[in-house]
Design a protein around this ligand. Structure first.
Ligand code: CU
Length: 656
C-alpha cells in the first residue's frame, strides 16, 4: 500500500518549542486573571491542583524535558511525499459531515458528507446519496441540516477493526454509519422518541457471547426531554417529559431497543468487556429552564446492564410509544432499586458533569465535573459488584473524586496510567495520574496526582490521544479542540476558525507542537494508527447494480415521460457526446466511470438544472431531474481529470 512508502514520523523527534513573546504574555495574563476565580474552588484540593499561579503550572513554554526533542519539527510537518502516521476522524459540527485529518500534521484530507448536502461530491444531488439521506414522498430531501458531534469507530479485540465509524446528528436525532474502506456514509437511521441525540459509543464486545469480540451495537444518548409520545399532548407539563437511551444494531442500523431513564443522557462510554454502557447526566432535575438544570448539587452517571436489558426485551417486558415499534424498557430509578434485577444504576457525580471516558486498561469510567472542578473515577468492577448484590451502595463504586481545575470536560489517556482532561474555563489541559488520584482520594494526601498542566488556546472542549479509546493507547499524540481561536490566525472578519492544537505527550511534560485552524465546528475526534485501515481507492463495478459495464450498453430509453440516459466516462470523454430529450421529461441520468486509474474522478454538471456530481473510478452514480426549458445545455466535467478536461463535454438537447 502507498502508506508503506514513508518512514514513520515519531513524536520523539518533536522539537523543543520556541515560544513567541506574545504567548508568554498571554499565559501570564491568563494565570493572573484566574487567581481570583480559583480561590473559591481550591479548598480541599492538593497543592499541585489546580491551575497556574498556585501550583507552578506548566505553561506552554514547558520545553522539552523528558522528550527526545530537537530543534526541527519533522514529526508534525511531513515533507512533500511523506505521509502522516495516524488517521484522525473529526466530527464537522453543523456542517453535518465527518472530516478525515492526517495526524500529527492536522492536515485535512477529506470531508465525508453525511447529513447535509455537499456540493463537491454531489451528496444530496445523486439518487444514491439521497436514498442514504432519506427523502420525502416527492423525492426531495427530508432534511438538509445536521449537527455532528461525536465520531467513534467499530472495535475488535479492544482495538479499531477498520469496518465502520459512527456519528450523531443532534438536530434530527439521526445516526450515520461510515464505511471505512471507501470513506463514505452508507446508512442513516432516524431514532424515534428522542431529541438532542448527543453522546454515541459502539460496544466493544458482546456481554453474553464470548465469541463476539467485536462491535455489534452502538448506543445513543438523548439530551432533551420530551413528552412521550410527542404528539402535541402534555406540552405544558415539562415535569412529565422523559429522555431515552437507545441501542442500534450496527449491521442493520435498526434500533434494537430504548431505555426510559430518569434525567437525561449526555455523552456515552462502553466497557471493554461489553457488559456496561453509561451516560453522564447533567440534568437529573429534568429542568426545562437553565436555572432548574443547575439546581442539584450532584447529578449522575447512569450505567446500563446490557445483558439484562436485552433479556427484558426478549421477555416482553417493554412498552412502545406512539407510532414507534421500538421496545422501551424501564430503566428509571424507582423500578431498579433491587440490584439483582436492576437494568440500570445511577452513580452520583457532582453538578452538571460533562464527558464520560473509559480508561484503556478497562477498569474505570471517568466523568468530568464541568460545573464542579473535579473528575470522578468510577471502578467498573464495583459497578458490576453492585449489580451482583455484592456492594451495598452504588456510590461506593466511586474510587476517586479529585480536583483538577475549572471547567473539566473530557478525558483522554496515554496507556501509561495517565489521564488528560480539558479545563474549559482555565484554558488548560491537565495531565493527572489515575492511580495517584485514587490514593489521594483514599486518604494519602502525599499522593501527587497532577503531573503537568499545559495552556491551550483557547477554551478546550474535546481532546483525544492516539489510540486513547482503545486498549492500544500509545501515548504519543494528543489533539485538543479549542473552541475559540481568537488571535491565533490572520483575521478574516467576524467568523473565526476553531483552533486544533497538537500536543506531544510522549514524555513527562506535555509539549504544544502545533496549531491549525479548522472550519467550524468540530467537536470530538479519534486518532488511530494508519495501519488499522485498508482503504480502497477504486470501486468495483459490481458494487453498483445499475453499473454500465460497457460504453455500448449506454444510450436512451423512454417510458412515457420518463427517460433514462446511460453513459460511461473514460478520460477525456463521455460515451454520449450528445443526447436528446423533450421538454417536460423526467430524466434519470446514470453514469459509470470506467476509468480504473487511482485519482481519476470525473464530474458531471448540467447548467440550469441544479445538477453536479462526481463519479469516482469504477463508480456508478445517477440523478433524476425534470427538463422544463428547451434549448442546448452543455454538460461538462467539473472534476479535473485530464489534459483535455475542458474538452470533456456532452450536449443535452431539450426539444420544445
Ligand atoms: Cu473528466
Amino acid at each position: 500500500m502507498s502508506q508503506d512508502k514513508t518512514p514513520a514520523t515519531a513524536p520523539s523527534a518533536t522539537p523543543e518549542l520556541t515560544v513567541p513573546g506574545r504567548r508568554r504574555f498571554l499565559n501570564s495574563a491568563a494565570v493572573a486573571g484566574l487567581g481570583a476565580g480559583l480561590a473559591a474552588c481550591n479548598s480541599g484540593s492538593q497543592s499541585a491542583a489546580p491551575a497556574g499561579a498556585a501550583s507552578g503550572a506548566a505553561p506552554a513554554a514547558s520545553g522539552g524535558s523528558g522528550h527526545a526533542g530537537t530543534s526541527s519539527q519533522p514529526g508534525l510537518h511531513p515533507k512533500p511525499g511523506e505521509l502522516d502516521t495516524y488517521y484522525g476522524l473529526w466530527s464537522g459540527g453543523h456542517t453535518g459531515d465527518v472530516r478525515v485529518l492526517g495526524m500529527p500534521s492536522g492536515r485535512e484530507i477529506l470531508r465525508i458528507p453525511c447529513f447535509v448536502p455537499d456540493a463537491l461530491v454531489g451528496w444530496g444531488i445523486t439518487n444514491e446519496s439521497k436514498k442514504v439521506m432519506g427523502t420525502k414522498a416527492d423525492g426531495s430531501l427530508r432534511y438538509t441540516v445536521g449537527d455532528t458531534h461525536h465520531v467513534h469507530a467499530s472495535y475488535k479485540d479492544g482495538d479499531y477493526d477498520g469496518r465502520y465509524a459512527f456519528v450523531n446528528d443532534k438536530i434530527n436525532s439521526r445516526i450515520a454509519r461510515i464505511r471505512l474502506d471507501y470513506f463514505v456514509c452508507d446508512k442513516i437511521t432516524e431514532i424515534p422518541n428522542i431529541q438532542g441525540f448527543h453522546g454515541i459509543f459502539p460496544d466493544k464486545r458482546d456481554p453474553v457471547d464470548e465469541k463476539i469480540n467485536y462491535t455489534t451495537r452502538v448506543f445513543a444518548g438523548a439530551e432533551f426531554h420530551l413528552p412521550l409520545p410527542n404528539d402535541g399532548k402534555g406540552m405544558d407539563k415539562p415535569e412529565t417529559y422523559r429522555a431515552l437511551f437507545t441501542c442500534i444494531d450496527v449491521e442493520t442500523m435498526n434500533v434494537r431497543w430504548q431505555a426510559l431513564i430518569d434525567g437525561n443522557c449526555d455523552l456515552v462510554a462502553t466497557s471493554y468487556d461489553g457488559k456496561l454502557a453509561a451516560s453522564n447526566q447533567y440534568n437529573t432535575e429534568g429542568g426545562a429552564h437553565f436555572a432548574e438544570m443547575m439546581s442539584a448539587e450532584r447529578d449522575a452517571c447512569v450505567f446500563f446492564h446490557i445483558a439484562r436489558i436485552e433479556q427484558a426485551v426478549k421477555d416482553g417486558k417493554f412498552k412502545t410509544y406512539g407510532d414507534s415499534k421500538v421496545p422501551v424498557v424501564d430503566c428509571t430509578r424507582k423500578s431498579n432499586e433491587d440490584p439483582k434485577t436492576a437494568l440500570a444504576a445511577y452513580v452520583s457525580v457532582p453538578k452538571n458533569p460533562h464527558g464520560v471516558n473509559a480508561s484503556p486498561d478497562g477498569k474505570y469510567f471517568i466523568c468530568s465535573g464541568k460545573l464542579s472542578p473535579t473528575a470522578t473515577v468510577i471502578e467498573l468492577a464495583k459497578v458490576l459488584d453492585w449489580f451482583d448484590g455484592k456492594l451495598d451502595k452504588i456510590d461506593k463504586a466511586i474510587v476517586a473524586e479529585v480536583e483538577l481545575g475549572l471547567g473539566p470536560l473530557h478525558t483522554a489517556f496515554d496507556g501509561r496510567g495517565n489521564a488528560f482532561t480539558t479545563l474549559f474555563l482555565d484554558s488548560q489541559v491537565v495531565k493527572w495520574n489515575v492511580d495517584a488520584a485514587i490514593k489521594f482520594h483514599g486518604g494519602d494526601k502525599t499522593a501527587k496526582y497532577v503531573v503537568d498542566r499545559l495552556d491551550v488556546h483557547y477554551q478546550p472542549g474535546h481532546l483525544n490521544a492516539s489510540g486513547s479509546e482503545t486498549a492500544k493507547a500509545d501515548g504519543k499524540w494528543l489533539a485538543v479542540g479549542c473552541k475559540f481561536s481568537k488571535d491565533r490566525f490572520l483575521p478574516v472578519g467576524p467568523l473565526h476558525p476553531e483552533n486544533e492544537q497538537i500536543v506531544d505527550i510522549s514524555g513527562e511534560k506535555m509539549i504544544l507542537t502545533g496549531d491549525h485552524p479548522v472550519r467550524g465546528e468540530p467537536h470530538d475526534f479519534i486518532i488511530f494508527k494508519r495501519e488499522l485501515l485498508r482503504p480502497k481507492q477504486v470501486y468495483s463495478l459490481d458494487d453498483f447494480p445499475n453499473a454500465i459495464k460497457d460504453p455500448k450498453d449506454g444510450g436512451i430509453t423512454r417510458n412515457g415521460k420518463k427517460v433514462t440516459v446511460k453513459m460511461t466516462t473514460q478520460a477525456p470523454a463521455y460515451s454520449l457526446p450528445e443526447f436528446t430529450v423533450k421538454k417536460g421529461d423526467e430524466v434519470t441520468l446514470i453514469i459509470t466511470n470506467l476509468d480504473k486509474v487511482e485519482d481519476l474522478t470525473h464530474g458531471f454538471a448540467i447548467p440550469k438544472f441544479n445538477v453536479n456530481f462526481i463519479v469516482n473510478p469504477q463508480e456508478t452514480a445517477s440523478v433524476t431531474f425534470v427538463v422544463d426549458k428547451p434549448g442546448v445545455y452543455w454538460c461538462y466535467c467539473t472534476h479535473f481529470c485530464h489534459a483535455l478536461h475542458l474538452e470533456m463535454r456532452s450536449r443535452m438537447f431539450v426539444e420544445a
